[in-house]
Design a protein around this ligand. Structure first.
Ligand code: BYC
Length: 324
């Protein structure tokens, strides 16, 4: 009897899974109250949560330069950009919350190492030219990854991406504009621009994740249309788009083996050092400890605000109940 029950439950689940996959294949959007396989929900929480954390932690390397921006205009632009990143984090936390996890839980998971954020933010921003390189390369890589995510199968994530992508395009343009100024400036400025490109090139390539053969989640995420492209496809697109931009700036991509391949119609390039990538995502990058310490301090310092808001909400709820 029990065996029969288990068997029929399993069959029912398979039927549900199959119907779900058919909806995905028809490119229907999945909405929060729809049935979804547990793996789909968990994968989305992992990806959207990590994405949200990346937006928030990503404020730190650029925030480092707000007070030292060279002109009032540059300061205002950088300030607006960093505020945009906070907004992106909030849209994404809200999207993840529709899957049944709270922002508090996600934050705890970030702070105790159970959730990741993008490897790129574990590298330091040493000079003003790094603000150019971050906008141009890091936001450029982010756009390459996020434009297809506007068509991702989960409705709240796809809609958050539409707004985020609009703002990312401006971010990329402001970074390229800083690089143009530096690259056309004095010899010392051009050297700073080249140095920033040298340091950020390979970490930017790592943003797309491990090579396809080592990507554990890609196959299932693509079948569920959570991811629309493989890591290597997007990395290649990024290289193809960015190399001519570096040439336009008169800068050299730090890869002696980079060359145009007539046959494939793409650039051949050197892969990043994957052992460095693994080390960084395990927490051993140059800035991992600083980033987590800064987030922990912000979370602890903000505790009284959260407690105050909760107490106020509770007071209003109690007043409503009393008035009924
Ligand atoms: N960094 O099977 P894979 C921004 C992990 S913010 C750290 O290929 P998946 C911006 C991966 O999580 C941009 N970890 O994974 C903000 C997995 O480990 P777990 C952030 C990485 O998920 C402020 C393992 O490696 N963008 O633009 O299929 C200022 C195996 O990888 C990374 C997003 O988050 C990495 N780079 O593919 C300026 C976009 N790569 O979780 C700019 C959304 C991989 O099993 N996310 N790992 O422990 C995605 O598109 C995908 O999650 C990824 C990875 C392509 C990143």
């Amino acid at each position: 009897m029990y065996a029969q029950l288990v068997k029929s439950e399993a069959a029912e689940e398979t039927e549900q899974d199959r119907a779900f996959q058919e909806r995905i294949d028809r490119k229907e959007k999945i909405e929060p109250k729809d049935w979804m396989p547990e793996g789909y929900r968990k994968t989305l929480i992992r990806q959207i949560g990590q994405h949200a954390h990346s937006e928030i932690v990503g404020q730190l390397p650029e925030g480092n330069w707000i007070t030292r921006a060279p002109t009032l205009e540059r300061k205002a632009i950088l300030l607006a950009k960093v505020q945009d990143e906070a907004g992106h984090g909030l849209y994404l936390y809200c999207a993840a919350e529709t899957l049944g996890i709270s922002r508090d839980e996600m934050t705890e998971m970030l702070l105790d190492g159970r959730m990741k954020y993008s490897s790129i933010f574990n590298y330091p921003t040493l000079t003003w030219a790094d603000m150019g390189a971050v906008g141009w390369l890091v936001d450029g890589a982010a756009i390459m990854n996020q434009v297809p995510l506007q068509r991702t199968s989960y409705g709240p994530y796809a809609r958050a991406m539409v707004r985020i992508c609009k703002e990312e395009s401006f971010h990329q343009r402001q970074g390229f504009d800083i690089m143009m100024k530096m690259a056309q400036g004095t010899t010392a400025q051009k050297k700073m621009a080249q140095d920033a490109l040298d340091r950020f090139w390979f970490p930017s390539l790592m943003m797309f994740g491990p090579s396809d053969k080592d990507s554990v989640h890609s196959a299932q995420s693509m079948a569920w249309k959570i991811k629309m492209n493989t890591n290597d496809e997007l990395r290649q697109k990024f290289v193809d788009q960015t190399v001519p931009q570096a040439e336009y700036l008169g800068l050299t991509v730090p890869d002696p083996d980079l060359r145009w391949n007539e046959e494939t119609g793409h650039y051949d390039f050197t892969e990043p050092d994957w052992s460095e990538f693994m080390d960084v995502i395990k927490g051993n990058g140059p800035c991992n400890a600083d980033r987590i310490e800064a987030r922990k301090k912000a979370w602890d310092d903000g505790a009284w605000v959260r407690e105050g808001l909760m107490a106020h909400a509770e007071k209003r709820r109690a007043a409503r109940v009393a008035a009924q």
